[in-house]
Design a protein around this ligand. Structure first.
Ligand code: FAD
Length: 360
């Protein structure tokens, strides 16, 4: 410690104390207390924010407004029977009970439409595949339709053996995010910026980030959590997916088709077509290789001509064990993570948003 000495030193000390006092009182006045800071406004951050707000908690949300987030490029399909082996989706009945209730209550709150029950028209493409489908359909009669009353894709596509239907859903994820985001904006609680991990200050009961002091920070960053220094240990294995939007020569079709790819009619008359998988690339840039892969497959599927109107890419926050991550940091209990929604955010997110709230 430097001894300045004499009365001059005392004056300097008291001046310094005064400055420190002014600094702290200014800082305390500038600090805004909230219950939770949420990082990321994809489907995870959106559902969590909505849930916390309806429970009366105060929040601030930081999001980098990325147009290529997985939630924004997804088609929001909920498919009860998945994979090559046609097995029922993990925890499907439990998830369904929660997602129907959650989306319906959000629809009522914002007076909008988010969840639509949808029959996914699916084809079989080989004898083996057809036999498997028929066996599964006879066991899972609640979700599978062997016969479809209308087959709008019949005669319009090539190379299939039979048509069946899956009783799934479609979630309007962009509408969901838009509604919750505008509600957060009305309370001046949305900050559009990239979160800077180095600015976190840990206090005894709180955590401070810039002018915000909260009980906890909850990271809902999707695949970008690979850059989060506090959660380096989580087992993310992100999977890039590319998608095109196409225009097909008329007449238009309203039914979703799964025939090698998903072809999903959009409100603007275009069709969402996807998607690819790549576990190596960690960027959201669409590539000519995947464009060729999708358009070549489409040429084999569609009898009509089509035009590609847009092409984009997003990254799914898949985990090695294909299970979501909902936990507090083992050392810093005022940091939490909600991630790992993988390929099934639309069905998984509502259930695990509730779990996240339970452990906060
Ligand atoms: C091509 C494709 C098709 C898909 N189709 C379907 C489908 O049909 N059905 C289905 O259920 N699922 C589908 N998925 C998966 C689904 O999209 C994801 O499971 C889900 O969207 C993940 O949501 P999330 O909120 O965890 O992450 P994200 O949607 O990635 O959201 C995270 C948000 O946090 C922001 N962020 C990250 N780090 C920071 C930071 N440091 N500072 C500020 N903001 C930050 C991101 O930019 C982003 O806005 C698809 C995914 C892709 C890529």
């Amino acid at each position: 410690m430097v001894n300045i000495g004499g009365s001059c030193g005392r004056a300097a000390n008291s001046f310094l104390d005064y400055c420190v006092l002014i600094f702290w009182s200014l800082k305390l006045n500038l600090v805004q207390d909230v219950d939770y800071i949420i990082v990321g406004l994809g489907i995870a951050g959106t559902l969590l924010s909505h849930k916390l707000m309806t429970k009366g908690h105060t929040i601030v949300v930081l999001d980098d407004d990325n147009p290529n987030s997985a939630s924004k490029v997804s088609s929001g399909i909920i498919n009860p029977i998945t994979g090559r082996r046609l097995v029922k989706s993990w925890m499907y009945e439990q998830l369904k009970e929660v997602f129907t209730h959650s989306y319906k209550s959000i629809e009522q709150f914002y007076e909008t439409s988010i969840l639509k029950p949808t029959i996914i028209h699916r084809t079989t493409t080989s004898i083996k595949d057809d036999n498997l489908w028929r066996t599964v359909a006879l066991n899972e009669t609640q979700f599978c339709h062997l016969d479809l009353e209308e087959k709008p894709w019949e005669g319009r596509i090539n190379n299939y053996i039979s048509f069946g239907g899956l009783a799934g859903y479609r979630v309007d994820v962009p509408e969901l995010i838009k509604c919750v985001k505008s509600h957060i904006e009305t309370t001046q609680s949305l900050v559009i910026e990239s979160f800077d991990y180095s600015l976190i200050e840990f206090q005894k009961e709180h955590v401070v980030y810039k002018e915000f002091r909260a009980k906890k920070i909850i990271f809902c960053e999707g695949w970008k959590a690979i850059h989060n220094p506090f959660f380096k240990y989580i087992n993310l294995d992100p999977a890039k997916g590319e998608v095109v939007k196409i225009e097909i020569e008329y007449p238009p079709i309203k039914a979703i088709l799964k025939h090698k790819l998903f072809i999903v009619p959009q409100a603007d008359g275009l069709y969402w077509v996807g998607s690819t998988y790549d576990w190596k690339q960690r960027d959201e840039t669409p590539t000519p290789e995947k464009l060729t892969q999708i358009t070549d497959t489409l040429k084999g599927i569609l009898k009509e001509d089509f035009k590609v109107r847009s092409h984009y890419a997003g990254i799914r926050p898949t985990t090695i064990d294909r299970r979501p991550i909902v936990e507090l940091h083992p050392k810093h209990s005022n940091l939490a993570i909600f991630n790992g929604l993988g390929t099934k955010g639309a069905s998984i997110a509502p259930f695990f948003a509730n779990k996240m709230v339970d452990i906060l």
